[in-house]
Design a protein around this ligand. Sequence first.
Ligand SMILES: Cc1cc2nc3c(=O)[nH]c(=O)nc-3n(C[C@H](O)[C@H](O)[C@H](O)COP(=O)(O)O)c2cc1C
Length: 167
Amino acid sequence: MEIIEAIRNRRSIRQYQDKPVPRELLEKLVDAARFAPTARNVQPWEFVVITEPETLKKIAALADNGRFMALAKAGIAVFCSDTKYYLEDGCAATQNILLAATGLGIGSCWIAGDKKPYCGQVSELLNVPPAFKLVSLIALGYPMSADNLRPAEKRSAKEIIHWEKFT
Ligand SMILES: Cc1cc2nc3c(=O)[nH]c(=O)nc-3n(C[C@H](O)[C@H](O)[C@H](O)COP(=O)(O)O)c2cc1C
């Protein structure tokens, strides 16, 4: 899939087929993440790939807006060490994963991590040392049905683009 096509086709998928995501594709997603830009190239990230249904359910129970993680076929938790730009770096990696998933035909949804009260509990559940901050949780699985995919409305390019100066 061409890059602009993947960017335009990506949307948050919260319902999944009962079909596992192969391990080699999960590895590809993390591989795509590591090519994201990072401030001063510090690459502060670590990725916990989750496939055990019990663990996915426990994360779903913690994440108030991520209950659908219980039905996901896999998840990736993005952590960063506490660097100055950890959040930007972790978000860039997260977006790479979402776009790579789209390119591979895998549905994904970003679930908030940073600033959420459940960060500590997710870290504990996944045996992540306290020095690392949870940036995001990503639910993954093959999309349930194309019919369910009503795209989120996006502001038009015309409305948001400002040439040379804002006003
Ligand atoms: C930082 C961030 C946190 C998000 N957290 C959640 C979340 O906790 N639960 C959820 O269902 N979606 C979450 N989303 C997904 C957004 O709801 C979604 O991207 C938005 O509605 C636009 O839809 P689209 O992704 O299909 O374009 C999050 C997205 C971002 C960027």
